[in-house]
Structures are given as C-alpha cells and as structure tokens.
Design a binder for this molecule. Structure first.
Ligand code: UDX
Ligand code: UDX
Length: 457
C-alpha cells in the first residue's frame, strides 16, 4: 500500500483523487485543505463543486480508500507521495503583478512538507506552475539536514471542468516529467504505475521536468488561441454575411486543423486560460523575448475585445441605450456543466451592462451561488433567479452567455409573450434556433452571423 496525499481539495484535487482512488483500491488516498468548510462539504452529500459523475465516484470510494481531512501536518508525515494542487493565481502585487503566477501558497506548502516529514517522499506538482518552479521547490525541500530526499515530479492536469471525470477516466494523455537522474526516474515510474492501473501505457508520456511544466502552459495557450482566432473571424463574418458555423466547419475539416475548439463565443473564461497565458507572457518577457510575449498576449486582448464588443453590439441594437431596461442573462457559469464562474464572460458582460445602468437578471441551473459571491460588490443591484421563464419575464432582452443545452429546449413562444416588445435575443453561444426565434418575433443577434431583425430602413 502506498499512502498518497493531495494538498488542495479544489476543482482539480478533488476529482483527480477520487478517480485515482477508484482505480487504485490498494492505495490509501487522503485529500487535505486549509478550508474547513470545503472539507466538510467533501465529506457530505453536498460536494463543494458540481461536476457530472463526481458524486457517484466519490460515494463509491469515500471512507474506503479516499479520505478528506484538515489535518495537514499529520497526513504529510504519513504520506509516501504528495500531490500539490493548491491554487496559483495571477500575482496582484509587486514584480510581475497582473501576469506572473503567485507562488506563495506553493512555497508555503513546500516548507510545510519539509517541516512535517521524517521520511523521503515524492512531491508531485499538480498545480500549473511557471517553468523551472520545480527547481526552487527541490531547493527548499532538500534544504533539510536530516538525510531526507525529496524528488519533485511534474504531472500537470489537463482535465476540463464539466468533463473532468471523463477526462480522468479516458485521457488523451497523461504527462509526467522528472529529473533524468536514477532517483528522478524512479519517482517518475512510481507516478506512472498509479495511472497505468487504468490508462494504456502508450498514453502516459514521460519527459524531463521543464518540458512537462512548459507543455501545460503551451497546451492551454494553443487552445485559447484557437478560440480567439475563430472569434476574430466571427466579427468579420457578422459584417460580410459569411456564417461562422459554415466557416468553422469548412476550415475544421482540414485534418491538419481539426474540428474541435472552433466554437465562436462571447469569449472564453475559466480559471486557467487567462492565468496561464499571462504566465507564459511573463516568462517570455522575463527571458528577454518581448516579441514572443506580445504574440501570446494578443490572445487575451482578442478575448477582452470579444466580451466588450458583445456588450457594444447589445447597446447599439437596443437603440443605443439600455439604461433602465431589464436584460436577462441566460447562464453565469464559464461553460456548461459546471458551477464555476471564475473569469466567466457572463460576469464581465453583467458588469458592463450595470455600467450602462441596465437592470440585470441572471439565471443559471447550478452557478448562481458562485455568481452572487463573485459579484458581491454589485449583488444588490442584480436579481438572481433560477427559473429562466421567470427571469425573462418583462425583459427587453435575453443574452445567452453559457452553453447550457437546456436553454435550447425552452418554450420561446411563451417567453416572447411575457417580454417587452420589441424583444431581443443575443446568442453569445450560438446554441439557439435563430430562424425559429426570428419567426416568433424576436430580433436575433447570433455570434458570427448577420443579425435577423424585424426593423426596416
Ligand atoms: C488549482 C490551480 O489554481 C491550478 O493552477 C492548477 O492547475 C490546479 O490547482 P483548482 O483546483 O481549480 O486549481 O483551484 P481551487 O479550486 O482554488 O483549489 C485549490 C485549493 O487549495 C483550495 O481549496 C484552497 O483552499 C487550497 N489551499 C490553498 C490549501 O489547501 N493550502 C494553501 O496553502 C492554499
Ligand atoms: C481548460 C483546458 O481545456 C484543460 O485542458 C485544462 O486542464 C484547464 O483549462 P477548462 O477551462 O475547464 O479547461 O474548460 P474548456 O473546455 O477548455 O473551456 C474554456 C473556455 O473556452 C470556456 O469558457 C468555454 O466556453 C470556451 N470555449 C471552448 C469556447 O468559447 N469555444 C470553444 O470552441 C471551446
């Protein structure tokens, strides 16, 4: 039996360890966090995050070989392998503010591991970190005088929220990076053995430490770049009468390009893309490559334009003023099938509409609590309504900001009857049947397609 510990019971640590526990009944797995409420929630029927399939996996292994605890020090002492999955937000102070990763939690965790260890251990970087962080961690961990040795291994997560369990069960690949020393290679093999319990060996890629750390940032930068690229072209489509869905299909059928991640939208969100690209930009600047930094920064600039331009189009369409108008936002989560609202385009659009003095109503099936918390400073100006029909009642406009499939299934005849006319729909996700909505009477504004309006002249 191996004692595996995960420090950080968040969106990554919780689902990852639940799936490892399911496939490795021979190992004992403990997940710890400084947040007592979060640990209490992991132990209850109301898990702290919504993720399809997560509840089932957790309840099948909890208190068998998966345990949640706030006793960090004792569990460090007992562990053979420690995954660190604490958050690494963008630094908001000092050098690199707004770009570099804030590594204070990581460093604090490394020191805590050192202080509480009386045996050698493998420490696995699960959090996304700047390249060469492992070096600093090795130095801290191996600064002990006790003949203990810590191997640092990089094992970045590639799971996407909403499909985290599926991504863990059948990943495209698992990446494990380590030192090219005998002990480093042994540590890598120990982590390979865990994943090999359910993942074919050819999908487990091993590299050196720095390639592994960098690959995570690059994978997210490439993914986000595809979205910014298709969104850039969507703007051109709206003016030229080209149709972004047709363009994306035509372009994506080239096998060199591929069809995935070409869905034009109001803009990408989530805790990773912006943070990781800013981190990459900072690294490029730090290493004296300003042109490379500027190249990647443009992916973020384009995304910010996409969100603000969406609001500009709304205001323009609604006769250049939304002041005092009720506008209902369909969706608060940054994507479907998650309760997560971090960096959600919906929140950016909400704030911009409040700046225009609109009256904003937000509906979402799972993310309203997080939306309320994120918008705490303006929450008393917003109505949070879980029922989309009630939310849309008496509104001038609906803006679809999260691609929840249920929003495509609503009875828009009935919604239209209860709205103020002329009624507007801004489909920031292109999930609705635009011709049908137009037929009902809506003025319809998709992404990357010319609007369909009942106005003449
Ligand atoms: C985190 C990182 O943000 C991301 O870069 C990485 O790829 C995976 O881990 P996530 O799991 O989504 O992502 O973060 P979050 O849900 O905020 O969870 C982090 C947890 O660590 C929190 O529950 C926090 O309480 C905990 N934590 C933080 C500790 O237990 N100790 C600390 O010192 C700091
Ligand atoms: C991402 C990476 O996909 C994952 O591999 C990494 O481990 C963490 O970061 P995540 O942010 O959870 O995962 O979700 P993702 O599916 O990548 O979506 C990110 C954002 O892009 C969402 O706002 C989504 O709606 C948007 N998106 C995605 C688009 O606008 N268009 C697309 O074609 C795809």
């Amino acid at each position: 039996m191996t004692n595996i510990l995960c420090i950080g019971a968040g969106y990554v640590g919780g689902p990852t360890m639940a799936v490892i526990a399911k496939h490795c009944p021979q190992h004992r797995i403990v997940v710890v966090d400084i947040d007592e409420q979060k640990i209490a929630a992991w132990k209850s029927d109301h898990l702290p995050i919504y993720e399809p399939g997560l509840k089932e996996v957790v309840s099948s292994v909890r208190d068998k070989n998966l345990f949640f605890s706030t006793e960090i020090n004792r569990n460090i002492a007992e562990a053979d392998i420690i995954f660190v999955s604490v958050n690494t937000p963008t630094k908001d102070f000092g050098r690199g503010a707004g770009r570099a990763a804030d590594l204070q939690y990581w460093e604090k965790t490394a020191r805590q591991i050192l202080e509480n260890s009386n045996s050698s251990k493998i420490v696995v970087e699960k959090s996304t970190l700047p390249v060469r962080t492992a070096e600093a961690m090795e130095r801290i961990l191996n600064s002990n005088g006790d003949n203990l040795f810590f191997d640092v291994v990089s094992n970045p997560e590639f799971l996407a929220e909403g499909t985290a369990i599926q991504d863990m069960e059948t990943p495209d690949r698992v990446l494990i990076g380590g030192r090219e020393t005998p002990s480093g290679q042994q540590a890598v093999q120990a982590i390979v053995e865990i994943y090999a319990q359910w993942i074919p060996r050819e999908r487990i890629i091993t590299t050196n430490l720095w390639s592994s750390e960098l690959s995570k940032l690059v994978a997210n930068a490439f993914l986000a770049q595809r979205i910014s690229s298709i969104n850039a072209i969507a703007n051109l489509c709206e003016i030229t009468e080209a149709n972004i869905t047709e363009v994306a299909h035509a372009v994506g059928t080239d096998s060199r390009i591929g069809p995935n991640f070409l869905q034009a939208s109001v803009g990408f969100g989530g805790s990773c893309f912006k943070k990781d690209i800013l981190n990459l930009v900072y690294l490029c600047e730090y290493f004296g490559l300003p042109e490379v930094a500027a190249y990647w920064e443009q992916v973020i600039t384009m995304n910010e334009f996409q969100m603000s331009n969406f609001v500009s189009k709304m205001v323009h369409a609604m006769f250049n003023t939304v002041a005092g108008k009720r506008i209902t936002l369909f969706g608060a989560a940054f994507k479907a099938n998650t309760s997560d609202t971090r960096e959600s385009a919906a929140l950016t659009v909400c704030r911009a509409l409040l700046d225009e003095h609109a009256q904003v109503i937000i509906t979402d099936p799972y993310a309203l609590d997080n939306a309320r918390a994120d918008l705490y400073d303006v929450a008393d100006e917003i109505i949070f309504e879980p029922d989309p029909y009630l939310a849309a009642r008496d509104s001038h406009a609906i803006a679809v900001l999260t691609e929840w499939p249920q929003y495509a299934q609503l009875d828009y005849d009935s919604i239209y009857r209860d709205m103020v006319h002329p009624s507007f729909i801004f489909d920031g996700r292109n999930i609705l049947d635009h011709n049908k909505l137009y037929g009902i009477g809506f003025n319809v504004y998709p992404i990357g397609k010319p609007p369909q309006t009942h106005f003449t002249g």
